[in-house]
Write a protein that binds this ligand. Structure first.
Ligand code: ADP
Length: 264
């Protein structure tokens, strides 16, 4: 939109009815994108209008995990996002030619995010989920500027160096006056396929520790919204573009994520 005034971000309007959640994590590989995609699919299956912005500049794995293989198209001066399983999705990966690695600097990322929010035709969304890059960087501040009422959902493993992550995420939230809606603990043990015992592959208690740390730093009550076990079906669903909440909603991971979706 060279030269033109920036369009307003509809979700930033005070009368917007769209709930916006930023899914954040302290580091990569904790399942942030898997949780985002499954929450989105679960909410869409419940009849909500759902959109996902994949702003994870390092991973941008949301379209594949959701099975949204289509390309965005342009109608007049709006971008029409592809969709899958009733979820509209736009990804930073759709705009990097040949998926070439791009060094995204803060201002560029801010601009891309502004366009994803304002120039994409989302329609009337009930919920918009943003998959943020891991860590607490510029993008969290950008999101807060672009959508002040966006809330933050933190994904962690049971293992994570809780205090550190909590403190950083918490102090940014305090700075930006954003609400942390809760913590989701992922990879919370592996149900043994041979007996009923739970194998705590990544230890225990990370979700609780992060929630307590965030409660302390923000001075609010940040709850643990759920614990998602390690589940082969979740990983397979991600690889195949068929979210486990749809293919196997009553599997341990599927049920756990649907329960979290019900609390948002
Ligand atoms: P992040 O977005 O935090 O980098 P991903 O969602 O890409 O993490 O997950 C990293 C890998 O772990 C993926 O291959 C994903 O399928 C797998 N994974 C995530 N959560 C689970 C889980 N609960 N059970 C099994 N595999 C999982």
């Amino acid at each position: 939109r060279g030269g033109q005034a920036e369009r307003e971000v509809p979700f930033a309007q005070p009368n917007s009815l769209t709930r916006v959640y930023c899914v954040a994590s302290g580091k990569g590989g904790v399942g942030k994108s898997s949780v985002t995609v499954n929450l989105a699919a679960a909410m869409a299956a419940d009849g909500l209008n759902v959109g996902v912005v994949d702003a994870d500049i390092y991973g941008h794995s949301v379209p594949r995990m959701l099975g949204a293989e289509g390309r965005p198209t342009q109608v007049e001066d709006m971008i029409m996002p592809p969709s899958a399983h009733g979820v509209k999705v736009i990804s930073i990966g759709m705009f990097t030619p040949g998926n070439a690695p791009v060094v995204w600097r803060g201002p560029m990322l801010h601009r891309a995010l502004q366009q994803f929010l304002a120039d994409v035709y989302w329609g009337d969304l009930d919920v918009l989920l943003l998959d943020l890059p891991p860590g607490t960087g510029d993008i969290a501040i950008s999101v807060a500027q672009l959508i002040p009422n966006a809330e933050i959902l933190v994904v962690t493993t049971p293992q994570q160096a809780a205090a550190e992550v909590a403190e950083r995420a918490g102090s940014i939230a305090v700075q930006t006056h954003q609400k942390i809606v809760g913590v989701v603990e992922n990879m919370s043990g592996l149900p043994c396929p041979h007996c009923d015992e739970m194998v705590d592959v990544f230890g225990t208690g990370g979700g609780q520790r992060v929630a307590e740390g965030l409660s302390r730093t923000t001075g609010t009550n940040v709850p643990v919204l759920g614990a998602i076990p390690i589940d082969v079906r979740l990983r397979e669903g991600g690889d195949e573009g068929k979210p486990v909440v749809l293919t196997d909603p009553d599997s341990p991971a599927g049920a756990a994520i649907r329960s979290v979706a019900g609390k948002l």
